[in-house]
Design a protein around this ligand. Structure first.
Ligand SMILES: Cc1ncc(COP(=O)(O)O)c(C=O)c1O
Length: 385
């Protein structure tokens, strides 16, 4: 091609056909056993090579196609697939940490990931400590710190951390930086340009887009880190199903458009919520009331359609629970990234003692004016009595 094309254009280019059969989508290749034409080729086959195949667990053309597209989006050389976002977190911990080494996590990290770190600390001699993501200069680095985990914005309470500053502080101490980039989804935040050595994402969200697949990824530009991750990936047996990959491959060409359209809708709802009685604060990174908003403005180009609101402290939790149940278009459920809007109450009074209860909203693909009308009727019935 004569001129440079963007990653988003490359993403939708058809693969090479096979003989006279050529279509716009790749075939779906399943395998446990991969057969070799002779013993010599069996012995010579390199399991680490992304262009060779030796066993179903280590990849088929379908899983590799998805890995290549994810690496392309992240602008890095390597991506691996995992059976969930949480499995991506566990791969990074298990590949990079050994007993006596320390991992530092933000206090607002995705809780199951933090629980895993605590389990490793309790049973395998890995040390874990937590830091305030809004105070990079207070991160408790020690001589045995190996890994700094960054998740920005943080889960549920949405504080936007300064990945660039955190990475500089970590690298000055030879500490690796891993980013949970699920919220920014490879679209809104260039985590590698800002210093991350490794990024993981829950593809379960926007990349799947259908609320029907669990999958995760781990990507890096560093060959040695990739090799370490790949080896542990193989040792742990973390293969993914080609069917699931095919579902994600089908959604991938339009996930950026969905993300950007849902961003516009979510900001409209979030702004509308900012002026509603009963609500003290809207925690949406693109709105000024969100801690770390200035960092979002500087480093992000868009926002996910996932944000939270804090209610007045006087509003009883029972009313907040009834509010969530009174919503007709928002359903009650974990995860996000699909077509259907979701709402879920969380208790974060340990993090925001002054405030009341919190509800996290995920804006799907409905008409946003219908969503606003739905929230309005639910507020009127349960909060603004
Ligand atoms: C920020 C973040 N990281 C990781 C995960 C884990 O992803 P999965 O549900 O695919 O295990 C989630 C899921 O909610 C998440 O929100």
């Amino acid at each position: 091609m004569a001129h440079h094309i963007s990653a988003w254009t490359s993403l939708v280019q058809p693969d090479e056909g096979h003989g006279s059969f050529s279509s716009l989508v790749g075939s779906m290749d399943r395998a446990s056993t991969v057969v070799f034409p002779d013993v010599k080729s069996m012995r010579e086959r390199d399991w680490r090579s992304k262009t060779q195949y030796s066993y179903g667990l280590l990849g088929t053309p379908t899983t590799r196609r998805l890995e290549n597209k994810l690496a392309l989006i992240d602008g890095v050389k390597h991506a691996l697939l995992l059976p969930s976002g949480l499995a991506s977190i566990s791969l990074i911990f298990l590949a990079l940490l050994k007993s006596g080494e320390r991992v530092l996590l933000p206090r607002n990290a995705y809780q199951p990931g933090a629980d895993l770190a605590r389990m490793l600390a309790g049973r395998f001699g890995i040390e874990v400590d937590f830091y305030d993501p809004l105070q990079p200069e207070t991160v408790p680095f020690t001589d045995n710190t190996r890994l700094l985990w960054v998740e920005t914005p943080g889960s549920v309470t949405m504080e936007v951390a300064d990945l660039r500053q955190l990475s500089e502080l970590a690298h000055a101490r030879h500490v690796l930086v891993a980013a949970d980039a699920t919220w920014s989804a490879g679209i809104a935040h260039n985590v590698f340009a800002l210093g991350a050595d490794i990024a993981m994402q829950a593809l379960t969200k926007y990349q799947s887009g259908g609320s029907d697949v669990m999958m995760g990824s781990v990507s890096t530009d560093d060959d040695a880190l990739h090799e370490q991750l790949l080896k542990t990936h193989m040792q742990l047996g973390l293969g993914v199903s080609p069917e699931d990959c095919q579902l994600v491959l089908r959604s991938l060409p339009h996930y950026r458009l969905r993300y950007l359209a849902q961003d516009i809708a979510a900001r409209k709802l979030a702004e509308w919520l900012s002026s509603q009685p009963g609500i003290t604060r809207v925690l949406h990174p693109a709105l000024p009331g969100c801690p770390g908003h200035a960092v979002w403005q500087r480093d992000f180009t868009a926002a996910a359609s996932l944000f939270s609101v804090l209610f007045e402290p006087e509003v009883p939790q029972a009313n907040i629970d009834r509010f969530v149940e009174a919503l007709a278009l928002f359903h009650i459920g974990y995860s996000w990234g699909g077509a259907v809007s979701l709402a879920i109450p969380y208790d974060v009074r340990d993090r925001y003692p002054q405030s009341g209860g919190l509800v996290r909203f995920y804006v799907g693909l409905e008409d946003v004016d219908d969503l606003i009308a739905d929230v309005e009727q639910a507020l009127a019935q349960t909060i603004n009595l």
